[in-house]
Each structure stands twice: as C-alpha cells, then as structure tokens.
Ligand binder design. Structure first.
Ligand SMILES: C[S@@+](CC[C@H](N)C(=O)[O-])C[C@H]1O[C@@H](n2cnc3c(N)ncnc32)[C@H](O)[C@@H]1O
Length: 326
C-alpha cells in the first residue's frame, strides 16, 4: 500500500461527514425534483449560504448531487436513497452511523481498556433508538428479499423472530409463506416501531409482538422455526449460548433454528465488514463481538442442534446464515 492509499483511508471521514451532514440537514429532500440555486437551498434550510454552498459543491464532487448551470439537482442515488419521500430511503441507517462517530473517534481508549465508550443503541435515548431501529429496517429491506427465498418455510406454521426489531424479516418470511404466522420478540421500547411496520405491510392478523428481554425473561409457547438475526453479535459467548439454549427449548422437535449475522472466517481476520463490526461492538457493548463460523457452529451444537450447516448468501456486508434442526 502506498502513502496515497494510506491517506485515502485516513481521510475517508471527510466524505462520511459530508454525507451525514447532508442527510441530517435533509438536503436531498429539499432539492427533490427541482434544480435550485445555492441561495434558494440555503433559504429553505434556514442556514448560511457560505456554509451550505460549500457543502453542496462537496456533495457534487462526490456525485451525490449534480451542478448544472450553477444550480443543484439530485443525482439518481440522492433522489432514490437519500430523499425522505422515497420508499427506498436509507437515511435512518446513515443517521445511526452518525451517532456512532463520536465513539469511533475514541477507539484507542476502548482498545486499551477493552471497555465500551458509548451506550447500546437499543437502550439509548429516543432519537438514537429510532434511527437504530429504522436503520435496521433500511438494512433488512435490502437483505430480506434476497435471503427469504433461500429458506424453505413452506410447511412451517409459527416463526419466532427473536430480537426481531421492527419485524422486517418476520414480515418477509410471512409474505413468502402464506400459512406462516410470526411472533416478533423484542424489548418493550421496540413495540411501536414493530407494530407500525407490521401494519404498513397489512400483516397484523398474522404477526404479533411479544415484549421481553431474551437474557432475563422466559420465552412463551412453542415454535417450529426460530430466526435470530443480528442479535448474537451484541452479546458475549456465554450469553449467546444461553440465548441459543433458550431458543432451542421452545423449538418443537424437528423445528429449525436459523442464525443470521456478520460471520468472520475462522482465523478472525476477515472478511473486512465483520472484522470492523467487531470493533463497533467493542465500542458499544460489554462483551459483544463478531463470531466466526466455527464459533457459531459450536454454540448450536452445544445446544443439541443437529444438521448444522451454512448456506450461501450474497450480501454486501458479509452477513451469512448458519442453521440446524432441533
Ligand atoms: C441489531 S438489531 C436486529 C434487528 C433484526 N433482528 C434485524 O436483523 O433487522 C438487535 C435487536 O435486538 C433487540 N435486543 C437487544 N437486546 C435485547 C434483549 N436483551 N432482549 C430482547 N431484544 C433485545 C434490539 O432492541 C434490536 O431490535
């Protein structure tokens, strides 16, 4: 790697911060379908023309907006993914990333102490929790249509979406499997987000929300399939084993348990996203981490799960699926 490439990595946060500021100020929604002068955009945003024009020129240099005859318009990506009125808006997960920035700037301290430097988003204030949960919805809306067709649940009747957040995966599993019902189990503070999302997809008759803490509370009734997506990385190995055991205890004989998470190779030094995500868990949890394929397989096997295997998934952030039977 040459100095230029090293400095590109070192300075990448300039681009990150320009994008975050634009989403936070809602620049893309304000521009909409129009071509606007910097002065007009500054007036609509209620900010200084000096600052806002400089941001607009930076965004144009990043191809996030385009400058035509001195006026600014949305790029296709800006309009599709960054304007709030688009069904494909991903600004919630970008705001979630924005909330993580301060802690990432203190990574050296977390590395030395081995301790987190921020609160967990699930247990944080309303604004953080909202962008976290809606951010999870943004991410899962991209992944669920790819994952759900890979798993045959056509004969299953009741899925437990453990730590299901806004319920995006439960929703997509139900949309794809007409006889399936689902329970989204999550903390009480998640209920309004899940219920709103389930209603949006007109699935209130098939998907219910159950309040609970999977570390401390019991899980009620029995299920023939249990889906754990992106919850193991928030906990240490002992708690992961407890959660998996708890799940297996409410699985009918022959039922399926499916883990979806960012999975490291067994040497733990890649792929890139799970390796960096593990640092994110160091910054924000007491004992969370990314796990390797062997570690997840061992946890499932220790809980008595049989036929444990990984299925191939195409994912931009190297998430993977490992599943087995009770
Ligand atoms: C990273 S999100 C994953 C959401 C969803 N499964 C997905 O993949 O989109 C983790 C979820 O676990 C929930 N959670 C965290 N700790 C929990 C606990 N102790 N008991 C129940 N839910 C918990 C959070 O509220 C959040 O919805």
């Amino acid at each position: 790697m040459n100095p230029g490439e090293l400095l590109e990595i070192s300075g990448y946060f300039w681009k990150t911060c320009a994008l975050h500021a634009a989403v936070k100020l809602d620049v893309f929604t304000v521009i909409g379908d129009a071509q606007l002068a910097g002065e007009e955009i500054s007036q609509k945003l209620g900010g200084s023309q000096r600052g806002i024009e400089r941001l607009l020129n930076g965004l144009a240099a990043m191809d996030l907006i385009v400058k035509i005859d001195g006026k600014y318009a949305n790029s296709p990506a800006g309009k599709t993914f960054l304007a709030k009125d688009s069904a494909k808006y991903i600004g919630h997960v970008i705001m979630h990333h924005h909330h993580l920035l301060e802690s990432w700037s203190q990574l050296d301290q977390a590395v030395l102490s081995g301790r987190p430097v921020r609160n967990r988003a699930s247990f944080s204030d309303d604004e953080w929790r909202e962008s976290f949960l809606l951010g999870m919805f943004n991410l899962a809306m991209g992944m669920a249509p790819k994952i759900v067709p890979l798993i045959d649940l056509s004969s299953k009747r009741h899925l437990l979406d453990l730590g299901g957040g806004p319920g995006t995966y439960a929703i997509h599993f139900c949309l794809n499997n007409p006889i399936l019902k689902a329970t989204v189990y999550d903390l009480p503070t998640t209920r309004p987000f899940a219920e709103k999302t389930i209603k949006q997809f007109e699935l209130t008759d098939r998907i219910q929300f159950a309040e609970g803490n999977y570390l401390n509370d019991i899980i009620e009734r029995q299920y023939d399939v249990i889906w754990l997506s992106h919850i193991l990385h928030g906990e240490g190995p002992d708690d992961c084993r407890r959660i998996i055991k708890k799940a297996v205890n409410v699985l009918e004989p022959g039922g399926m348990i499916i883990i979806h998470d960012f999975i490291l190779k067994n040497s733990m030094d890649g792929p890139l996203f799970p390796a960096l995500f593990s640092l994110n868990m160091l910054l924000g949890t007491d004992s969370g981490q990314s796990y390797s394929e062997d570690q997840i397989i061992d946890m499932l096997t220790a809980a008595g799960v049989k036929d444990v295997h990984r299925i191939a998934v195409q994912s931009p952030n190297d998430s993977g699926i490992i599943m087995g039977k009770a």
